[in-house]
Write a protein that binds this ligand. Structure first.
Ligand code: PHE
Length: 451
């Protein structure tokens, strides 16, 4: 049965939900590490420039496509131009492949949050605690399922009562926790050196690879080409000012990334030195940071706050990625929300189990030399997502022409200040930069370049 399309109640609900999607593990475990690796201030500068141009153009396009067509990715592209309907299937594949492994990681975060909140965080500082934990069979699986069901519960609540309501509660909490930890960390003894290391530009560490790293990070961080922003855009009411909303989402996401750097880099710098900043991702979050919290005064409290923050960021992102897939099943095959969500959860369990076991019992099974989780992450982020975004740029820049989006942006008489820039980006620069991401990230995965 076809259900009536849901809406966010207003601009704030939409902005917080979209920011909830954008602010995720990428902001917390990848941005600080990349900034540290690529010359601090100079990386930040490049990142902000890219956000204002590349990020802005792609985010705007996806949200406007959603609002214009009132469809999720699977049917939206075909509605704009029949020949581009296959892009919709790519739009379905991406979130469906990301959700399972993202929830596996979400499960790890949940385990660490419980550990720290219950006062047992010091255990996580042990040498092989993390590798030992993820190679177990049952506990990581259990937490994966818990995290997935938590996500499912919110989605079953629907757009307003589930997603919007949760985002309105969780995002302000996330923001406040970030500020508290930042303030604490920068006042630690010796933190000033770390802050300098983070903020002062070190041109020597900046190369072409830096630009590539900033681009890829931005792309992932703004939840572009995951089908999410098209779906969320389709829930935005016509009277809302899109430019303003997109600016607010970008500011929120970038601010949290910058503050994540401000809390993580000085802390690691003080207690583990530059060495500690050599790894990002799970290594930084689950190995380096617990050791930092062990040595930091009041580290167990800060650690608990930190993992609550990570959990909030991860949950609001996984909500958005499940919603993206659910809305596609509802639009294309007219499933009810409940049926779509349950089918997707079953599918996620099927794909998530190998991703979880791939670190232990099934570690001998690899795809292209990667364990399951790494493979899904690589295949979606480095291959499928740049391809979908590239297809979107060709469709909007060259087939339907950018006017389709411009009309949607200015439909209530708003002025579109960055119109010229927008056209230039979508037609020429974004496609080139997307190919750069595709090539660089593939080379980096196979160890040809270091990123
Ligand atoms: N922007 C998210 C992040 O930084 C990316 C993401 C969104 C990943 C939704 C998965 C699901 O983590």
């Amino acid at each position: 049965m076809k259900e009536k399309r849901s809406h966010f109640t207003g601009s704030i609900g939409f902005v917080l939900a979209a920011a909830g999607s954008a602010v995720g593990l990428g902001n917390l475990w990848r941005f600080p590490y990349l900034a540290a690796q690529h010359g601090g201030g100079i990386f930040i500068f490049i990142y902000i420039i890219m956000a204002l141009t590349f990020g802005f153009a792609l985010l705007m396009t996806e949200i406007a496509i959603g609002r214009k067509t009132k469809q999720s990715a699977i049917t939206a592209y075909g509605k704009l131009n029949k020949k581009f309907a296959p892009l919709g299937y790519l739009g379905l594949l991406i979130p469906a492949m990301i959700l399972p492994y993202y929830c596996v990681i979400g499960g790890w975060v949940m385990k660490y949050t419980i550990l720290f909140v219950s006062g047992k965080g010091v255990r996580a500082a042990g040498e092989d605690y993390f590798t030992g934990y993820i190679s177990q069979e049952w506990t990581p699986l259990l937490f994966f399922l818990l995290f997935l069901f938590l996500t499912l519960l919110v989605i079953l609540g629907g757009v307003q009562k589930g997603i919007e309501r949760m985002s309105k509660i969780l995002m302000p909490v996330l923001f406040v926790i970030t500020i508290i930890i930042c303030c604490y960390v920068v006042t630690l003894d010796g933190a000033v050196e770390g802050v300098k290391y983070y903020l002062l530009p070190d041109i020597k560490k900046c190369s072409l690879v830096t630009i590539c790293a900033a681009l890829g990070q931005l792309f992932f961080s703004m939840s572009i080409a995951m089908g999410i922003m098209v779906s969320y855009g389709s829930y935005v009411k016509r009277e809302i000012n899109l430019t303003k909303a997109v600016n607010q989402i970008e500011i929120f996401d970038t601010l949290i990334a910058l503050m994540a750097g401000l809390m993580i880099i000085p802390a690691v710098y003080v207690f583990s030195g530059e060495e500690g900043l050599k790894s990002g991702g799970p290594g930084l979050m689950f190995m380096t940071l617990p050791r930092v919290f062990e040595q930091m005064p009041a580290g167990q409290i800060i650690g608990a706050l930190f993992f609550v923050l990570v959990l909030l960021a991860a949950v609001t992102s996984s909500i958005s990625i499940l919603e993206a897939s659910v809305s596609m099943f509802m639009d294309k095959w007219h499933f009810s929300r409940k049926r779509a969500a349950v089918i997707l959860v079953v599918f996620s369990i099927l794909l998530g189990v190998p991703s979880s076991l791939g670190n232990g019992a099934w570690s001998h099974i690899t795809v292209l030399g990667m364990d399951f989780l790494t493979f899904f992450d690589f295949f979606t982020n480095s291959i499928l997502m740049p391809l979908l975004a590239l297809g979107t740029c060709i469709l909007i820049g060259w087939v339907t022409k950018t006017e389709v989006i411009e009309e949607e942006i200015t439909r209530n008489g708003e002025t579109f200040f960055r119109r010229g820039l927008y056209r230039l980006m979508i037609k020429y620069l974004c496609p080139v930069l997307l190919v750069v991401i595709l090539v660089c990230y593939t080379l980096a995965q196979f160890g040809v370049i270091n990123m």
